[in-house]
Design a protein around this ligand. Structure first.
Ligand SMILES: [Zn+2]
Length: 333
């Protein structure tokens, strides 16, 4: 626990840094402090119990925002019971740091309840499930870094990927304020290998998990405006040129279809049979249509395909009121 001790002469980059250290120290030693003075150049705190002599005085030097500890009276004259009665600094971020550094593991098997029990035992802090959960979340972030740090590290991460994977192509798109928008990544092995593959590209999209999933979900909904797909296909086209023999497979996402038609004017746009069959199953439950469509999708000969398609037409005849395109088209809205 010595690493969080206060000592005369210590330098802290800012008042916030010093304050954080004081919070860690006082929670660890089960008491609390009151701020006596807090200005741009001076910071004085004392034990919250009236009449106790524990106090820390710090101040700046010259123009620098750094704070130096000038006086540290580390002896309490209050009683243990009295000073441990208040623990306003015991917030989940502080507890998370103490837990991570001094108490235990934060691996995936660790449950919030066991974190709460350990903290109560060690620091005398009352914990409920929600507070334990938040504490564990903070403790885990100390090891992994926060999602914000992750976004911040993207440029150097991409640089390292390019360095260790020659021919790798990366594009990081930021907005006018330097905020993250999109990232594109194609590994060198894929880039070099594609010319030897069949000219088929399968695209799909998924939601992201983690802290920003909410924001990204909304962004994705907004991206039905095609911008992100357009950006993606424009990057892709630099690596995989448009070609009459190229097929791009996707689900029936409106933006994808529209963008492919705009960016890849020569390539054929096809529908993924997995998504197609899923939609047929939903719409024609218990009907033969599903079985037949699945069979048709796996045909290698045109004659086989035509035969099965005639069967489909037989159970869903085209009439003037309901033509096949609306009746059988599982995507028709
Ligand atoms: Zn005291």
């Amino acid at each position: 626990m010595s690493s969080i001790d206060i000592a005369v002469g210590q330098r802290y980059e800012s008042k916030d840094d010093l304050e954080r250290r004081l919070k860690l120290l006082t929670v660890r030693h089960q008491f609390d402090f009151d701020v006596e003075t807090s200005t741009l150049t001076s910071y004085v705190v004392k034990c919250w119990v009236d009449g106790c002599l524990w106090r820390v005085c710090a101040s700046t030097q010259g123009e620098s925002p750094a704070f130096y500890v000038r006086i540290y009276d580390s002896k309490h004259i209050c009683s243990c019971t009295e000073r441990s009665n208040r623990s306003r600094q015991a917030r989940p971020d502080i507890l998370g740091e103490l837990y991570k550094n001094f108490l235990g593991d934060v691996g995936p098997a660790v449950r919030p309840t066991s974190v709460g029990i350990a903290i109560t035992k060690q620091f005398g802090i009352k914990m409920n499930y929600w507070k334990s959960h938040r504490t564990l979340k903070f403790a885990r972030e100390i090891g992994e870094g926060t999602p914000e740090c992750g976004f911040e590290s993207l440029p150097s991460y991409l640089y390292m990927i390019r360095r260790s994977n020659p021919s790798t192509v990366t594009h990081l798109q930021i907005d006018e304020f330097g905020r993250f928008m999109y990232v594109f990544l194609a590994f060198g092995a894929s880039v070099n290998g594609f010319p030897f593959m069949r000219k088929v590209v399968v695209v799909n999209s998924t939601f992201l998990n983690g802290k920003y999933k909410g924001t990204l979900l909304i962004a994705l909904a907004q991206d039905e405006n095609d911008d992100s797909w357009h950006w993606f296909f424009t990057q892709l086209k630099l690596l995989i040129p448009d070609d009459e023999g190229l097929a791009i497979i996707s689900d029936r996402h409106n933006s994808i279809g529209k963008t492919i038609r705009n960016v890849y004017t020569l390539a054929a746009r096809e529908i993924c049979t997995y998504h197609l069959c899923k939609n047929i199953l939903g719409r024609y439950k218990g009907k033969d249509a599903f079985r037949l469509v699945k069979k048709a999708a796996r045909c290698f000969r045109m004659t086989d395909f035509t035969a099965i398609f005639e069967e489909i037409e037989a159970i869903n005849p085209v009439t003037p009121e309901s033509d096949l395109s609306t009746k059988l088209d599982p995507f028709a809205t």
